[in-house]
Design a protein around this ligand. Structure first.
Ligand code: NAP
Ligand code: ZN
Length: 360
């Protein structure tokens, strides 16, 4: 997939210039609206922990300045001549992917996320050498393939995190058969943050028995009462962990910090499956004994394909599933980043890009 090399449209946004953990106002250019492109006025952008990993160069791959943000919702402003299906005024979303080859087996199956030429929405590189900039900005140009429609029933702010947090847990849940609604199936969600709280909501919507495994005692009440989790286990309490041994069919691990998978694997039944979606800075510890004694499987998953993302969004529309968010004005992004780092968010910050408090 090629995009126009002509970067002519002026955009205001926020970028990290170094690994200090802060963003500053940043003006830059985006490509002109190509024939297959849709230009979007950004309304909201969720703040994923991945943004923080990139801002702080946790993985050693950040190209500064980096404009983070891949949970973007907004309204279509202009469409290219080759675009049908999207019109000015439509409510749309952009997630983690800006481009892929559109020609390989993965792209043909709409697994664009696994294309080996995938270009991410920010900190990615197009064929012309230009670097992609994300949704902490007031306008974005997206190829029509990498856009989803937001159902009318969903508010654009609380739907924004579905574009990454939502699809990232939905995709492995579907892949491993968790959404089939088989009676008595149980899911453990490790880490009750942005990804985790959506996994709990999906689990409950699809009839699973859901246990939250958390380091934060303060989250227990909300987990049970508002998110309707069936159980809550404090992972720092060995007794509670032991009492849950061999009780779960599936576990989704969303813990953003380095940790051991050993105690988590012990929670799985024989043949149980652990899906790792988190990407901590340092490798997680994977002891063999809990793996081999329980014939357990560990797998990974990276966001989701476009067809699947639209499917998830439509299901959220039908079931009225949105994210629990704290709306942040653009002058408080740095405060929110600091709180995200301290694990102080219920459960996703969303930047009010077009709001009144905006300096953009
Ligand atoms: P988040 O909102 O910060 O949630 C992470 C949760 O991990 C926290 O709420 C906390 O839950 C737990 N946690 C944090 N620090 C911890 C520590 N030191 N020890 C143990 N638990 C800790 O993050 P997120 O946005 O959900 O993202 C989670 C991870 O997934 C990140 O690494 C992110 O980069 C990655 N990610 C991957 C994909 C993908 O495609 N695979 C997509 C998006 C994000 P408790 O308070 O309940 O313990
Ligand atoms: Zn993300």
């Amino acid at each position: 997939m090629e995009v126009t090399p002509n970067h002519t449209q002026s955009v205001s946004g926020w970028a990290a210039m170094d690994a200090s953990g802060e963003v500053v106002p940043f003006s830059f250019k985006r490509r002109e609206t190509g024939v297959d492109d849709v230009t979007i006025k950004v309304q909201y952008c969720g703040m994923c922990h991945t943004d923080l990993h990139f801002i702080k160069n946790a993985w050693g791959i950040t190209m500064y300045p980096v404009v983070p943000g891949h949970e973007i919702t907004g309204v279509v402003a202009r469409v290219g001549t080759n675009v049908s299906g999207f019109r000015p005024g439509d409510r749309v979303g952009v997630g983690c992917i800006a481009a892929s080859c559109l020609d390989c087996d993965h792209c043909r199956r709409s697994e664009e996320n696994y294309c080996d030429k995938v270009t991410l929405t920010y900190n990615g590189i197009f064929w012309d050498g230009s670097v992609t900039y994300g949704g902490y900005s007031n306008m974005i140009v997206a190829h029509k393939r990498f856009l989803v429609k937001i159902p009318d029933s969903l508010p654009l702010d609380a739907a924004a995190p579905l574009l990454c947090a939502g699809i990232t847990v939905y995709s492995p849940m579907k892949q491993h058969g968790m959404l089939l609604g088989e009676a008595g199936r149980s899911l453990g969600v490790v880490g009750l943050g942005g990804l985790g709280h959506v996994a709990v909501k999906f689990g409950k919507a699809f009839g699973l028995r859901v246990t939250v495994i958390s380091t934060s005692p303060a989250k227990e009440r909300e987990a049970r009462e508002s998110l309707k989790a069936d159980d809550f286990v404090l992972s720092t309490d060995d007794k509670q962990m032991q009492a849950m041994a061999r009780s779960l069919d599936y576990v989704i691990d969303t813990v953003s910090a380095q940790h051991s998978l050993g105690p988590i694997l012990e929670l799985l039944k024989v043949n149980g499956k652990l899906v790792l979606v988190a990407a901590p800075e340092k490798p997680v510890e994977l002891p063999s004994f809990p793996l081999i004694f329980g014939k357990r499987t560990v797998s990974g998953s990276m966001t989701g394909g476009m067809k699947e993302t639209q499917e998830m969004m439509d299901l959220c529309g039908e079931h009225n599933i949105t994210c629990d968010i704290e709306l942040v004005s653009t002058d408080r992004i740095n405060e929110a980043l600091a709180r995200l780092e301290r694990n102080d968010v219920r459960y996703r910050f969303v930047v009010d890009i077009a709001g009144n408090g905006s300096r953009l």
